[in-house]
Design a protein around this ligand. Structure first.
Ligand code: ADP
Ligand code: MG
Length: 306
């Protein structure tokens, strides 16, 4: 006998719903979350569709982890502290092996980010995973896309382009050496939301965004929202050794500039603020408008669905 909807929720999605701000979790008609009197709620939602954002043969554990990371990354980009998440899950059938592994991936990310699963919805249909995240922001602070000032430095966390390299390996377009392939696939399959960095930047960075659609596209959003010119020096892009093992440096540069799915943070920082550990300066903010890369105006940028 396949599990009923309620047994399924009970078995796989009811055990990682506790947290400091969670007054009521999975099981009732709503979850109840509390905010301190000097806090505001930040919320965002992301959907992963099978065949578009992950493959039928993707490891379900990776799908679960990645779905949480992708959503939590938006909290990181705002400087918000995680409170909880909800899951709207559509699956074609009750496949317990798949569900078990998927839930394990979600639980791992939930623990890592201290982001409890407080509710959701379970339906039958073509496989897709939607996660809504909720976080707390102080009433007087947030990291927005607007706010970058002429004279600021443009910075990014970590290294760029790894997820695009990993995707190329998955698609059979690149046969990287095994140790490099393992690292790059991990970067694609299990991206990590930079929540600690986001919180640390709150109050010091003037603008921030997470890199989900590629550096050029996302830095372009900062330029547009802030009404400034964003200048990128591609020589300064931080690259992993694994990505640089690719024979064509132009391909590597292209991945670092336009590859999506890295979920690093891109932010503008006044010169008075030290660059945080693990981050690099890759350019500058100037008066004007638009996006410049190596002094060329950028028109085409990252991935769009339509
Ligand atoms: P309702 O019909 O009142 O919307 P449901 O029967 O859909 O409630 O869900 C029952 C409880 O289980 C609710 O607390 C809901 O938030 C939770 N829930 C349903 N699906 C999931 C899921 N996939 N993950 C976590 N919680 C879920
Ligand atoms: Mg109800």
């Amino acid at each position: 006998m396949p599990l009923s909807e309620f047994e399924l929720i009970q078995r796989y999605f009811s055990s990682y719903g506790r947290g400091a701000s969670v007054d009521l979790s999975v099981g009732d008609d709503c979850a109840i979350l509390s905010l301190a009197s000097n806090e505001r709620l930040a919320t965002s939602i992301d959907t992963l569709v099978q065949g578009v954002h992950f493959f039928e043969d993707s490891f379900p554990e990776d799908v679960g982890f990645r779905a949480v990371s992708v959503a939590a990354s938006d909290l990181a980009a705002m400087g918000a502290s995680p409170i909880g998440m909800t899951l709207a899950m559509t699956v074609p059938e009750v496949d317990e092996l798949w569900l078990h592994a998927f839930a394990q991936g979600m639980a791992a990310a939930s623990t890592q980010y201290r982001l409890p699963l407080v509710g959701g919805d379970t339906t039958k249909g073509p496989c897709s995973i939607t996660i809504q995240v909720m976080g707390a922001l102080p009433t007087d602070k947030a990291l927005l896309r607007e706010g970058a000032q002429a004279g600021d430095r443009l910075c990014v966390s970590g290294v760029l382009g790894d997820a695009a390299g990993g995707l190329a390996i998955l698609q059979g377009k690149w046969q990287a050496q095994p140790e490099h392939a393992e690292y790059l696939l991990q970067r694609f399959n299990r991206p990590e939301a930079r929540l600690d960095l986001g919180r640390a930047l709150l109050g010091s960075a003037t603008a921030a965004i997470d890199i989900s659609d590629g550096l050029l596209a996302d830095a372009g959003h900062i330029a547009a929202a802030s009404g400034v010119k964003v200048c990128i020096d591609s020589q300064r892009l931080p690259l992993s050794e694994a990505l640089q093992s690719h024979a064509d440096p132009e391909q590597v540069r292209h991945w670092a500039l336009t590859g999506g799915d890295d979920y690093e943070l891109c932010f503008s920082l006044p010169v008075s603020v030290p660059i945080p550990a693990g981050c690099s300066c890759i350019g500058s903010i100037e008066e004007g408008s638009g996006l410049l890369c190596d002094s060329h105006t950028v028109i085409e940028t990252g991935y769009t669905h339509f």
